[in-house]
Design a binder for this molecule. Sequence first.
Ligand code: ADP
Ligand code: MG
Length: 639
Amino acid sequence: MTEHASATSQEQQPQSHEFQAEVQQLLDILVHSLYSHKEIFLRELLSNAVDALDKMRFEQLTLSSSDAASLPLEIRIECDETKGRLTMTDTGVGMTRDELVENIGTIARSGTARYLSHLSDEAKQDSNFIGQFGVGFYSVFMVAEKVRIITCSYRPDSVPVFWESDGRGTYTIAQHADSPRGTRIEIDLKKDENRFAKPQTIREIVQKHSNYVPYPIKLAGTAINEVSALWRRPKQEIAQEDYQEFYKFITGRTENPLSILHFSLDTPYQLHALLYVPPQTLDFMGLPEMRPTLSLYSRRVLIQRDCKELLPDYLHFLAGLVDVEDLPLNISREGFQRDRNLQLLQKLLTKKFLSHLQETAKKDSDLYSRFYRIFGHTLKQGFQTDFGNRDRIVPLLRFNSSTCDDDHLSVSLANYVQRMKDDQKEIFYLCGAHRESLLRSPHLEVFRAKEIEVLFLTDPMDDLVLTTLQTFQEKPFAAADQADLGLTVQEKDEEEEPLSSRARLDRLLVKMGKLLESRVVEVRQSKRLKKSPCALVNPQNSATAGIQKLMSLMDKEFQLSRRILEINGKHPIIRGLAQIHDKEPNAPVIEHAAHLLLDSAMLQEDLPVAPREMAPRLESVLEELTRLRAISGTTPPTP
Ligand code: ADP
Ligand code: MG
């Protein structure tokens, strides 16, 4: 193209600049990574052009800037196969020299490149990093030998600027003689990327990734896209793929969304909304959420990208847009944020989305459980903060329970209540780190014996939610490890213990109580243990174990409250100890065993024990055992 030759000759004092170190690092990664979807550079450039056009449309409607109106809002693509060159021009807001240096040449989010350099090659290939990290423009260097930008800001008296770089450390920047408003990007393609100079390739990519761009994309003078705002079209006419591609376009991701909610309303606002649930939380690997969440439009004009006020904090994972018919456009963006309309919109969208979840849970429980696994925790935060919507959030809660066959979170509170025994008054739950450890818990024994379901709470937030809620359908919640359960496993036909052995057990319990005085509130006989020798229960008035765990996570100094050690009087260990105690009340094995039993009960609850004290006791008990065995000369019977 001769344009370029003339462009360079018209430059005045070209200046060479170095890329910010981070940009250079990023460029190296991009060029060297074997990114398998190189075509996405086109999507990134188009998305920047759309941004610029959106901004221009907004300016046209708010300011009465004169020349602005004269140019149509559009994108033009030119292909030159013989030169191996692809050119994209938009009539958006353009950039001033300062903006150009600021936007292209630095990375706003510091640490991005450092983070990216730690990704494995594989992760670089299939992660969505390019769009998400706000580094979309640089992806052009995956296919470009050299890139030139000629841009002119819409602002009055702006001077066109020329920028050029091969992506290897430096770029030059200079004034440019004449150029209309907007941005023109000329890409000299690498030898082996020449396919991107073929009109057919470009047409295919645009139609695949950017068909619903709301401005004409012209190739050799004719529009190759549909130019319609997807969200304003009737739902029945939109294919699933269109929704998905649009999601990828606005978020810069490559995976499909988990769930989509598209609706239009007439009252109290006339609006169109398109909400997407991403397939994973956005702050993956500890990075804060990245690109646009929910954008606010009014009559197809972008008012604000990433408009946080549209949703409560706990729903900020949602991406998409809301297009409202009647919003005053001339209001300043700052002023708009405090607008009452926004608060009402927030309420409306929240309600709509929560009912969408309820419907999803009903229609597609698999999908809902995938959603819940990722965002369940966030919903519980919503329960704690969004009082107005508690009634909508509670039916969305899911748990695992003692009746589940797998570790899926599939039990709702309503499911539980439906399965309650006739004489059962409370909803029982048990907190712990995982299902496996909960299944082994001695606290379950009595519930197993009575075939009563117990909810497993594996997220510390669960306990907080249930404690706050107190009841569900008038049934109170009760922790399965609370002291006064009112359930026993005693079987009727079992022979009454002779008085003498009961007295003997009492004496042992009194002794253990003394020995363990500093570690537990009380040692007492249990009515609910079947197999285990002992278990720790929570005194009635203290916070539940789950809440205490939550507190200790938040506050390192937090002291867990002492518990009650319940002893199973029928267990052989306990019986044996009681006998020894009667013969030799001060036998060292009594003291060691008392502490070891408590240690073992603590381990069952995932509570920390003091290994330095535990180890010598364990050794001394083993020593005694082996000595006895050696004396009696017997070996254990072979099964
Ligand atoms: P992002 O789009 O996430 O901000 P990019 O690397 O794609 O990151 O673009 C960086 C910035 O460069 C944009 O935010 C925008 O300010 C500016 N920019 C890029 N392309 C254009 C364009 N065609 N017109 C105006 N500004 C642009
Ligand atoms: Mg971009």
